[in-house]
Design a protein around this ligand. Structure first.
Ligand SMILES: [Zn+2]
Length: 237
């Protein structure tokens, strides 16, 4: 476990003395993952923490889309933009990569806003949890099968069951620069939903949603939610 001292500004030098590590990081420094990048910061169609009713959507939803770059791999998670030009432009703007540079697409769950950009990556391997892969392949919505993901992708990224929002929802976890990063998908809709341990309005199991947030919290220093910017999840040492 790596330690991190957080130094505070103060005019009182005695009180200011750093007494030791204040937070303990869960991630490892050694990792095949070299960088990760948010491509689109998502938003919800309705947000109870903004005073909006769960009963109807008031705006179009976009999910948070992430790219994970490592030694010999480039993975995109939940390709979020239906328009190929927009997807290409956002990918370039955030990473300098082209659509054809992506070798693997991972889909957290079967809700349409999390895979509407899938057809823009025809040469990549398409992965999801077992049931999601089977259901999406059976539906023949796209002209290529989605494969069930193994426990790890590229020997570097853990595939983790994150049930509650849907039963076969899966997130990813990896180490990068000493931080443990969890891509939670809709297991954590936004930071507010995470803080309140609450599933989004369309969750199939709210109790399980809360337990899943707890389990992600136990292993992640950084959380990438399904419809918000990433946030820190640091615990005192
Ligand atoms: Zn969803």
């Amino acid at each position: 476990m790596a330690g991190l001292c957080v130094n505070r500004m103060s005019t009182d030098t005695k009180a200011d003395a750093v007494k030791g590590p204040l937070v303990t990081l869960k991630g490892r420094r050694e990792s095949l993952v070299k960088s990760w990048h948010i491509i689109t910061i998502g938003n919800l169609s309705r947000n109870r923490y903004w005073g909006e009713s769960d009963d109807r959507g008031v705006r179009a939803a976009i999910c948070t889309c992430t790219v994970i770059k490592g030694d010999g791999f480039r993975v995109i998670v939940d390709p979020s933009l239906k328009d190929a030009g927009e997807m290409a432009s956002e990918l370039d703007r955030r990473t300098g990569l082209e659509l054809s540079d992506i070798d693997t697409v991972f889909i957290t769950h079967q809700h349409g806003d999390h895979h509407c950009g899938l057809p823009h990556f025809p040469r990549a391997t398409w992965l999801a949890g077992n049931d999601v892969a089977a259901a999406m392949t059976k539906s023949a919505r796209y002209n290529k099968p989605i494969k069930p993901a193994e426990k790890q992708i590229h020997d570097a990224i853990d595939v983790m069951p994150t049930p509650g929002h849907t039963m076969d929802h899966h997130g990813l976890r990896f180490d990068c620069a000493g931080l443990s990063v969890a891509i939670a998908g809709d297991a954590a809709a936004t930071r507010d939903f995470w803080r309140e341990r609450r599933g989004y309005f369309n969750a199939v199991d709210f109790k399980l949603s809360a337990l899943t947030i707890d389990s992600i919290s136990a292993i992640a220093d950084v959380v990438v939610p399904g419809h918000d910017n990433y946030f820190l999840n640091l615990q005192p040492a």
